[in-house]
Design a binder for this molecule. Structure first.
Ligand SMILES: [Zn+2]
Ligand SMILES: [Zn+2]
Length: 350
């Protein structure tokens, strides 16, 4: 069943601070329970860039973790995947044996291996071998461009689960970057009643409005002389009154990492901020609030993300602002570093 392996496997390798190389890497023959995927598209994001900017290269690592492609070989014992099938690759390989995995919380697996994070090579290559169960089928009506952003959409779906997003809520999203916009897309698909988005850049709040936010609000720096908590609280009160949010947002998602946002309102922390952030805990008690964190995705999130795309409940096309051939990955990472694009997708076979 295992056929001849492809001879070319151009891979994007991180060799130093802001230094990538295209290297030929061997193609691994799929084991009994594995498949070989010809990768077609891969989104890149802030966490790839975090590697790229660092000089802490412990080994020459292949980057990338947001990929989709076509199965070209299946292992002897694979029953439910077939050659020619379009699939997304789940990049987190949970051990399925630790306490967290056994409880179904594979996103916090104690032994998690993650594509593009040392020691696990990523998917910015032409061919990738993985367990068949780590591939999720994609219907034909989802474009390859959108398929390159299924993984971040799955993260937004997981956030939707954590926040129990539903049609009766008002939602504040802090940060109009890719993560904030994906959360907006999921919230719209779930029928959330009113969504207000915040960012420090007007171009981003304007885009969020064009992408479905009810209101986009530019937040300004605190030059009022007030302490940061009073400033944040006064600003929040003003917004709630002006935009008729009743006695406050039902759910607030922090997708920017900025401390001042956490002081305005936080129910779900999704952005990676500084390690220590001052949060007004007294409000937690006074208002009987709940704060949750969210990381990666849990079983079923990929399937739900793909279903949203296939049913046209979510349209990722407006978010994909550039595509690059794999051979020009350096340019793609420079653009990601410059943060001018929303979502960049690399075409792995080009
Ligand atoms: Zn990512
Ligand atoms: Zn585990």
């Amino acid at each position: 069943m295992v056929g001849v392996l492809p001879t070319s496997n151009r891979s994007v390798v991180w060799v130093g601070a802001k230094k990538l190389e295209i290297q030929q890497r061997p193609v691994t023959s799929p084991g009994d329970h594995e498949v070989l995927v010809e990768i077609v598209s891969t989104g890149i994001c802030g966490s790839d860039c975090h590697n790229y900017e660092s000089d802490k290269v412990s080994r020459q690592l292949v980057l990338g973790h947001e990929s989709s492609g076509i199965i070209v070989q299946v292992g002897q014992k694979v029953k439910d995947r077939s050659v020619g099938q379009r699939v997304a690759v789940e990049p987190g390989f949970a051990c399925m044996e630790c306490e967290f995995c056994v409880r179904g919380n594979t996103n916090t697996c104690a032994n998690l291996k993650y594509c593009g994070l040392d020691p696990t090579d990523g998917t910015l290559c032409q061919y990738f071998t993985c367990r068949a169960s780590m591939t999720v089928p994609i219907p034909d009506n989802v474009s390859w461009g959108e398929a390159g952003a299924i993984q971040p959409l799955a993260i937004a779906v997981q956030l939707g689960r954590r926040a129990a997003l539903n049609a009766h809520q008002t939602l504040a999203i802090f940060g109009c970057g890719p993560l904030g916009l994906l959360i907006l897309a999921v919230a719209k698909a779930y029928g959330v009643k009113k969504i207000v988005m915040f960012d420090i850049e007007e171009s981003r709040t304007k885009f969020a409005e064009s992408y479905g936010a009810d209101v986009g609000i530019v937040t300004h720096k605190n030059d009022s002389g007030k302490d940061s908590l009073t400033f944040a609280q006064d600003f929040a009160t003003e917004i709630i009154q002006k935009h008729d949010i009743g006695s406050g947002f039902d759910v607030a998602v922090e997708a920017s990492g900025a401390e001042v946002c956490a002081q305005m309102a936080v129910c779900i922390q999704a952005g990676l901020g500084k390690p220590l952030t001052a949060v007004p805990l007294f409000l937690l008690t006074a208002k009987d609030l709940t704060i949750k964190g969210t990381v990666r995705y849990t079983p079923g999130c990929f399937e739900e993300a793909i279903s949203l795309l296939s049913r046209k409940m979510v349209n990722l096309k407006p978010l994909i602002t550039s595509t690059y051939p794999l051979t020009e990955a350096s340019k793609a990472f420079e653009a990601q570093h410059a943060r001018k694009d929303i979502k960049i997708v690399i075409m792995n076979q080009q």
